[in-house]
Ligand binder design. Structure first.
Ligand SMILES: C[S@@+](CC[C@H](N)C(=O)[O-])C[C@H]1O[C@@H](n2cnc3c(N)ncnc32)[C@H](O)[C@@H]1O
Length: 223
């Protein structure tokens, strides 16, 4: 049996749990975008999409907490990005993540449509409008910018547009979302967990072309 001192060198939480013969049950808090979607759709059946699936943990949360009719999962799982020196660009790492995602999401296989392509190539495979879009693929410019412009066209008028890594660490994401929201007069809702959320139906002028106030538009929508 290893001494506690030696255990100190084991850099794996799982191995430490195994050593003490305990079960590791991780708690994944629901992200802000899912909470907002829960509020907005209130149990209604929705069609959603996640760009950048990795090990499927967040896709699992979408499937668990929202009433999903169909979920498009987009990830090429290949070393195609410019994440230099990042484990995300390591093909072995991605292949492990893919296996984990496939296993984790198997219970939902009837609701999932896997598209193992880059987001820019996957868009042509989606032939319907979506209620909820979550963007967490390539975080660099111009990729994030292109994802925003391309996928917004697929979003229903009352849909939620959202994603991850709205943080100081991913400044390209912050710039792209700001540019996108400013162009359309949309408010950006962001959370401490780094999710960002935009509501398409709060776009100024969508409901009343003469309106100059976002509040007016929102009130009109509610009536
Ligand atoms: C940050 S991880 C996603 C994590 C996942 N959304 C979660 O929260 O559990 C980023 C993933 O995006 C994928 N990716 C990178 N570039 C992409 C692109 N252009 N289109 C789609 N997926 C991409 C990578 O393969 C990687 O698995």
């Amino acid at each position: 049996m290893k001494s506690i001192k030696k255990l100190n060198k084991v850099k794996s939480i799982k191995k430490i749990f195994r050593y003490f013969n305990l079960d590791l049950r991780r708690y994944y808090p629901q992200r802000f975008a899912i909470l907002k979607a829960k509020d907005k759709f209130m149990g209604k059946e929705i069609i959603a999409c996640e760009i950048g699936v990795f090990d499927g943990e967040h896709a699992y949360q979408i499937l668990k907490h929202l009433n999903i009719k169909k979920l498009y999962l987009i990830d090429p799982y290949t070393n195609n990005t410019n994440y230099k020196g990042d484990p995300m660009s390591n093909s072995n790492f991605l292949s492990l993540a893919k296996s984990k995602a496939k296993k984790l999401l198997k219970p939902f296989k009837d609701k999932i449509v896997w598209i193992e392509k880059l987001s820019k190539d996957a868009i042509g495979d989606i032939k319907e409008k979506l209620d909820f879009i979550y963007i967490d693929g390539n975080h660099f410019y111009p990729h994030i910018d292109n994802d925003l412009e391309n996928y917004y066209t697929l979003l229903k008028q009352d849909g939620i547009f959202s994603g991850h890594d709205f943080s100081d660490g991913w400044i390209d994401v912050v710039i792209a979302i700001n540019k996108f929201a400013a162009k359309r007069n949309l408010n950006i809702f962001a959370s401490s967990g780094d999710d960002w959320v935009l509501f398409k139906d709060s776009e100024i002028g969508m409901y009343d072309k003469t309106s100059t106030s976002k509040r007016n538009v929102t009130e009109k929508v509610r009536k």
